[in-house]
Structure formats: C-alpha cells, structure tokens
Design a protein around this ligand. Structure first.
Ligand SMILES: Cc1cc2nc3c(=O)[nH]c(=O)nc-3n(C[C@H](O)[C@H](O)[C@H](O)COP(=O)(O)OP(=O)(O)OC[C@H]3O[C@@H](n4cnc5c(N)ncnc54)[C@H](O)[C@@H]3O)c2cc1C
Ligand code: FES
Length: 292
C-alpha cells in the first residue's frame, strides 16, 4: 500500500526483505518500498514505525536504495525502546514507513573531489553518496570511523591512497565501486588507522597540494563531536562542507518544529527544521567560527 504525502514523501507498507545483525548490536534492514526507492537521494531518511505499540516513528538515514528492485536499506543501532523493538522484526514482516524525507547532499560539481567522512551510524548516508558518485564525473574519497566492528565486509584496499601505512582496509562495497577509502578506529580493529576518522582525513588532506585542495569539498555525518571536528577540518583547509545532522523528531514532515536548530545565515541567526530544511546543512552555518 502506498500513499503520497506532500507530493514527494510516500507512506508505504513494505515487506522486510532482509534483516542482518552484526556485532555490537548493529543491524542492517532492507525493506520493500518502491516509491521511496525511486526518489531516494543520499542524505535523505525514512521515518519508520518500529512497533505497533510504539506510536512515535524513528528517523533512519537511507544507506542504499535500488529503484529497479524497489527497496531501501538502513543501518541502525538501538539506543532506546523504538529501535530495540525493531530488532525483533523478521524477514517477511511488514513495516510502515514515510519517505524519502529531507534535503540531502548537493555535490558541488565545481569541486569534483568529494571527501566523505562518516562515523558510526553516520556512515549510511555517505555510503549511499559514494555509490551514487561512483562512475560519475566526481572522484569521491571515503573515510569511515567506528569504535565497534564495522557492520560491513572489510578488506585490504587495492586502491592507492596516501595515508599512514597502518590504514590498509576499506569496505568491500567501496572497493567494488572503485571508490578509494580507508577506515579509522580507536578500538584496535584490523587494518584501521588508530585514531579518529577526522585525524585520518587530515593526514590525507595534508598530502595534497594547493591545486588538489581546490578541487575538494567535505561531506560529513556522525555524532556531534565528530561533526564539529569535521567542520574544524573544513575550516583548517578552507574547504566547503555539507553536514548531515541528527535531531529528535516527532512528525518529520515539517509540521511541529520539534526538530528546529539554530543556523547562522548572512542575515543573522535563524531557526531551521532538521527534517525538511535539512538534515544536510552547510557546515559553516551550523558551526560558525567562534570569535577570537
Ligand atoms: C535524519 C536522521 C537520521 C538518522 N539516521 C540514523 C541511522 O541511520 N541509524 C541510527 O541508528 N540512528 C539514526 N538516527 C538516530 C535515531 O533516529 C535516534 O537515535 C532514535 O531516537 C533512536 O531510537 P531508539 O528507539 O533507539 O531510542 P529512543 O527511544 O529514541 O531514545 C534514545 C535516547 O534519546 C532520548 N530521547 C528520545 N526522544 C527525546 C527527545 N525528544 N528529547 C530529548 N531526549 C530524547 C531518550 O530518553 C533516550 O535516552 C538518525 C536521526 C536523524 C534525525
Ligand atoms: S520533526 Fe516536526 S517539524 Fe521536524
């Protein structure tokens, strides 16, 4: 069953096609949702009813979407009762979702080197962006960080990237798409840079000359401290940045203003709804330079 909401957001009842659990209570869920799949763009999210007894939906970034097969995929890690209930869903069960929602990433074509920086459950929208940019005129480079084992197949990368020698591994998906990538962790994971993902990205950015830096733009998603560090990196290298934010959401379609955040525009501070004005914002408007 599909209904249209505001012309671009669809309400769908979709069968669960697969639901795979990974160490660290991380789960990848694929749902049949043909309308959302056709329109999904990186940075957008679905608003999912996790359980019949829990009225509040939960927002989850779209990690991948296949418009031909008609599915969307999400990666989640429960922190409370909604996503904990979702872990009990089985293949063949039916879930109700709203999607796709929000303003996603808008790759800057004048800067073809898209530097993707994702942390934890902030990796999904950037994996989606990597897939969409692969084979385009852009040349994405991905840096992903996690303290838990990555909920993906990882492997030694065959794609050259000037980063510290210990950072050997990438995601098998990135390798298959021909997107150079490396992983970071403070958790001692095999083949990972030992530190934060933004430090790994800094190592790589430092290896670039001024001409190469002029081609770069930063795209980030992850926990707030990581987003702040990502914006700090953008500022340090004078690069444009787009950051995907998280905020608690009620309606997720722009009606309640429960998700409003302050951004800093040329006309001064303004409130923006993360659900429909974002979740992707210009990093400089979200984390402006602090005076002094
Ligand atoms: C656009 C977007 C994309 C996201 N993508 C992902 C993703 O891909 N994967 C993923 O795992 N997570 C993602 N999240 C985060 C996820 O939706 C939230 O963390 C969600 O609340 C988790 O649901 P839960 O049932 O596990 O926990 P909840 O029951 O929501 O509780 C989590 C914690 O937050 C507190 N809390 C809940 N609501 C409020 C509120 N209104 N005000 C203050 N505190 C509150 C609770 O007390 C609890 O401590 C995304 C969020 C947004 C906005
Ligand atoms: S959650 Fe209601 S306006 Fe964003």
């Amino acid at each position: 069953m599909t209904r249209e909401h505001r012309g671009t957001i669809f309400v769908e009842d979709g069968d669960v096609l697969s639901h795979v659990s990974f160490p660290g209570d991380q789960h990848v869920l694929r749902i049949a949702a043909p309308q959302a799949a056709v329109r999904a763009a990186p940075g957008q999210f679905i608003h999912l009813r996790c359980d019949a007894d829990i009225p509040m939906r939960r927002p989850l970034s779209i990690q991948r979407a296949d418009s031909q097969a008609g599915w969307v995929e999400v990666l989640y890690k429960p922190v409370g009762p909604g996503l904990a209930a979702l872990t009990r869903v089985r293949e063949g069960d039916r879930l109700n979702l709203l999607g796709p929602i929000g303003q996603g990433f808008r790759p800057d074509l004048s800067r073809p080197c898209c530097v993707l920086i994702g942390g934890g459950v902030g990796i999904p929208p950037l994996l989606f962006l990597a897939e969409r940019l692969a084979g385009s005129d852009s040349s994405p480079v991905a840096f992903f960080g996690s303290e838990l084992p990555f909920p993906f197949i990882t492997q030694a990368s065959a794609l050259r990237l000037p980063v510290p020698a210990a950072a050997t591994h990438s995601l098998a998906l990135l390798e298959a798409w021909g997107v150079p990538g490396r992983l970071a962790s403070n958790g001692g994971l095999t083949g990972c840079y030992d530190g934060f993902v933004t430090e790994l990205a800094r190592e790589w950015l430092t290896s670039l000359d001024a001409g190469a830096l002029d081609q770069c733009g930063i795209y980030g998603c992850g926990p707030e401290p990581m987003l702040r560090a990502t914006q700090q990196l953008a500022r340090e290298f004078a690069l444009p940045s787009q950051l995907c934010l998280e905020e608690y959401m009620a309606c997720a379609v722009g009606g309640c203003a429960g998700c409003a955040v302050e951004v800093h525009t040329n006309d001064g501070p303004a409130m923006r709804r993360v659900c429909v004005d974002g979740p992707v914002f210009d990093g400089y408007t979200v984390y402006p330079a602090t005076p002094g």
